[in-house]
Design a protein around this ligand. Structure first.
Ligand SMILES: [Zn+2]
Length: 83
């Protein structure tokens, strides 16, 4: 069995929200944002504008995986060291 490591980029998190208010056909979405605070502000503004109150919040990040025989590329290694 080969070994591997996975490193998360702490600064690469992406936050999004989609309106999922029951019974409505609203497709509003925040798009990619850099902080949970930005998503909170978007959901608050959408609620104030429309009265919609239910949202799917989505959190994503990037991971760097290093496994046997496939070392980090110089670019990935440099970005990891910057964290
Ligand atoms: Zn909505």
């Amino acid at each position: 069995m080969s070994a591997w490591t996975t490193v998360q980029y702490p600064t690469s998190r992406i936050y999004e929200a989609e309106c999922t208010t029951d019974g409505l056909d609203c497709t509003a979405a925040s798009g990619s944002m850099r902080s949970i605070g930005d998503v909170g502000a978007w959901t608050k503004a959408h609620c104030q504008e429309t009265g919609h109150t239910r949202f799917l919040r989505i959190f994503s990040d990037h991971a760097i995986v290093q496994c046997e025989g496939h070392p980090l590329s110089p670019r990935s290694a440099a970005r990891t060291l910057q964290q």
